[in-house]
Design a protein around this ligand. Structure first.
Ligand SMILES: C[S@@+](CC[C@H](N)C(=O)[O-])C[C@H]1O[C@@H](n2cnc3c(N)ncnc32)[C@H](O)[C@@H]1O
Length: 224
């Protein structure tokens, strides 16, 4: 102990200190980087989805945004106000590491990512802080409780059981003309309510249409 306080103790070599801090920085940042991918598969599957964490590859995110923008260009959403149109609202349901949300923000959407896993949320917030997208937010929210009617575009790389569970919510909450973009999975058995308006590879874009059954009933009622 005395040697530590001895005036004759040699100060640490600056090179050794740089090496020490460099090593510590690399260790801490790589642990933070890997945390979500290690933690997520270990979380209870009933709560956090049936599969270990997987993200949408960048090229498919680009395809999704291209399909969405093409659709918006060919059929712009109505602007009922006299005010200049605002940015369209995009939400990634289960935003994971945040790339789709960040890319959507750079593509001029008002983008929100909702995620239930705290370590992925932390990761996406750090990624957003570093890349500084113009209009991008991440929220700790269970997507089941999110009001879908507040968004123009819903994006999801969802596991099949979750999509099945969400179907009634999509029918009742997605606005007429609202877009739903799915990677990997399809909205099967929903032709009455959703029309495919774009597809490329594993990305499918749907638009919420007025329910055909309701339209049929209206026509019937008018006829009576
Ligand atoms: C397959 S990953 C997709 C990540 C990202 N959207 C992408 O495309 O790269 C699904 C994500 O949904 C999240 N998730 C699962 N159930 C959720 C829920 N009920 N509410 C919010 N997020 C959820 C998971 O934690 C996971 O990060």
């Amino acid at each position: 102990m005395e040697a530590e306080h001895s005036p004759n103790a040699t100060p640490p070599n600056p090179k050794t200190m740089y090496l020490f801090y460099g090593f510590a920085t690399i260790t801490v940042s790589s642990t933070l980087f890997l945390l979500p991918f290690i933690v997520t598969p270990a979380l209870p599957r009933k709560l956090y989805g049936a599969l270990p964490y997987q993200n949408t590859p960048t090229k498919h995110i680009k395809t999704a945004l291209k399909l969405i923008n093409n659709r918006i260009a060919s059929k712009p959403p109505p602007n009922p106000t006299a005010l200049p149109p605002q940015k369209l609202k995009f939400v990634d349901l289960g935003s994971g590491a945040g790339e789709a949300t960040i890319q959507a923000s750079f593509a001029n959407f008002d983008a929100l990512g909702v995620e239930i896993n705290p370590s992925l949320l932390l990761y996406s917030r750090v990624a957003s802080f570093i890349s500084r997208p113009p209009s991008c937010q991440f929220k700790s929210t269970n997507l089941i409780t999110l009001p879908f009617q507040n968004y123009d575009v819903l994006f999801m790389f969802g596991v099949k059981p979750l999509i099945e569970q969400l179907k009634p919510k999509m029918i009742s909450e997605v606005r007429i003309g609202g877009l739903v973009c799915l990677y990997r999975f399809k909205l099967t058995g929903m032709d009455e309510h959703f029309e495919i308006v774009g597809r490329e590879g594993e990305v499918t874009l749907y638009e919420r249409t007025p329910s055909k059954i309701n339209e049929y009933n209206k026509i019937k009622l008018n006829l009576i």
